[in-house]
Design a protein around this ligand. Structure first.
Ligand code: FAD
Length: 335
């Protein structure tokens, strides 16, 4: 592999049911920065069925070129078909950087593509930059089980690949005057590319906003004490019109179920208000709430790390503090 033959920044643009994922637009925003630093082009690769109109949308969000693979077999995501199409196109076009969202699809697809191409992948990044001297991509992510952030480079293979957490990067303002080029990729899928057939898709019913989009989140940790005692967390969320998010440990304990873990291996959130109840402030949790506008922490331990990042701290037992808070909120709502 001759690294100097690889040029350009690519973003895998993800769609489901005809909706572009927000993280793809965020990646185009970051990709624009990286491409500017390298004085190169920003492109998107976009797979699906009947997606031409959406491809133009990617240009409005900053892509200069959009490689479109439009085929009925690509209508719903399957690992084999998407890996095959992307890997072939990358081998032909040779981008030097390739970014995926750390979404369910991105987390499944990016490692497969990296393996197929024989290159490296840094997963779940929270920061990306270009090293001035070398022009290499610096991919930063929180370390597993430690309080350190680590920066990785992929010096000897191309493309340099990374998955990036949703809600971390900033999308550009949509500008319908942006011009770009749509390039249709010929799709040739073999039976071996499609070992899996989607027979049926069932949408999970969800009430309320997605955690990533929630304005207010009540975060709950081990300090809650038990599954039964979670009632007070839900009551506060209801009083505030908030969503409930948790640390890893209450989920592991089975105190609560669902797709509501926040942090390094969970979701990244950026609400206007995050109320951390009985949460110690481990880096694996904090890395998911950095971008909250205001953080309020309630904890019995005045030395808890969460107070280090909280805008307001209440030292106290959440089972005493929250009922008072709920009563006060409900009282004001009645006025
Ligand atoms: P604890 O650390 O046990 O803290 C409980 C807190 O509650 C304490 O500070 C205590 O003082 C306080 N408290 C106790 N009783 C009360 C009370 N009555 N009222 C008020 N406060 C009280 N964690 C995540 O959250 N998200 C992740 O994505 C994640 N990924 C991980 C990945 C790896 C590879 C590993 C190893 C760990 C990961 N973790 C993650 C776990 C993380 O390291 C911590 O264990 C976890 O965040 C701690 O959760 P906690 O704050 O709820 O519990």
């Amino acid at each position: 592999m001759i690294c100097s033959e690889y040029h350009g920044v690519w973003v895998f643009a993800e769609q489901t049911d005809g909706r572009l994922s927000t993280v793809s637009l965020e990646l185009l925003g970051k990709g624009r920065d990286l491409a500017n630093s390298l004085n190169t082009q920003l492109s998107a690769i976009f797979l699906g069925s009947r997606i031409e109109t959406m491809a133009h949308e990617l240009i409005h969000y900053g892509a200069e070129k959009v490689y479109v693979a439009d085929e009925p077999n690509l209508g719903s995501y399957t690992t084999g078909a998407y890996t095959s199409v992307i890997a072939k196109q990358v081998l032909e076009s040779k981008p030097e950087i390739m970014l995926f969202g750390a979404s369910d699809i991105g987390r499944d697809l990016a490692p497969r593509v990296a393996k197929r191409l024989g290159t490296g992948l840094t997963a779940d990044c929270t920061e990306l930059a270009i090293e001035k001297e070398s022009g290499l991509l610096l991919s930063t992510k929180p370390g597993y089980g430690s309080s350190m952030m680590y920066t990785f480079v992929c010096a000897q293979s191309r493309p340099q690949m990374a998955t990036v957490r949703p809600s971390v990067m900033q999308a550009l303002e949509k500008d319908t005057k942006r011009k770009g080029q749509i390039i249709h990729i010929p799709v040739r899928l073999e039976a071996t590319d499609m070992p899996v057939k989607i027979v049926n898709r069932v949408k999970q019913a969800r009430k309320g906003a997605k955690l990533e989009e929630a304005r207010i989140i009540v975060g709950a940790g081990m300090g809650v004490g038990s599954a039964e005692k979670f009632a007070v967390i839900h009551q506060l969320a209801e009083a505030l019109g908030a969503e409930v998010g948790v640390t890893k440990d209450p989920l592991d304990e089975g105190w609560i179920t669902g797709d509501c873990m926040i942090g390094q291996t969970g979701k990244t959130v950026k609400p206007e208000l995050y109320i951390a109840c009985g949460i110690s402030g481990a880096i694996q949790h904090i890395s998911g709430i950095w971008d909250s506008d205001t953080i309020v922490a309630i904890n019995t331990d005045p030395r808890a790390d969460i107070f280090g990042i909280a805008d307001y701290g209440i030292v106290g037992d959440l089972h005493e503090v929250l009922p008072m808070l709920i009563e006060e909120i409900n009282k004001r709502r009645r006025v």
